[in-house]
Unconditional design. Structure first.
Length: 114
């Protein structure tokens, strides 16, 4: 299973970005898709996750600003990020859980200027 993330970039504080992550390979369904981020000097943290049935989880720091969604037919997950803050600056990684296996995509850099 390969995960291809895209959509990062440079944005001013208060702006918006939309990240996408498409899964490919021999996979019938993906149990959980999600996004993590890692800021310089910090540990990787979970940002948001979504199950096949649509159950959602958000980190407290992004609730009300970020929205995760997924398209099961195309095995794609999206992260709509609104009201971006400088502290959201990080490398964002998509992740997937299939059964007992976890998969990571390559990171995409999000930089929020003040």
């Amino acid at each position: 299973v390969q995960l291809q993330a895209s959509g990062g970039g440079l944005v001013q504080a208060g702006g918006s970005l939309r990240l996408s992550c498409a899964a490919s390979g021999s996979v019938f369904s993906i149990d959980v898709m999600g996004w993590y981020r890692q800021a310089p000097g910090k540990q990787r943290e979970l940002v948001a996750g979504i199950t096949t049935s649509g159950d959602l989880h958000y980190a407290d720091s992004v609730k009300g600003r970020f929205t995760i969604s997924r398209d099961n037919a195309t095995k794609t997950t999206y992260l709509q990020m609104n009201g971006l803050k400088p502290e959201d600056t990080a490398v964002y990684y998509c992740a997937a859980v299939i059964g007992n296996s976890g998969y990571w995509g390559q990171g995409t850099l999000v930089t929020v200027s003040s």
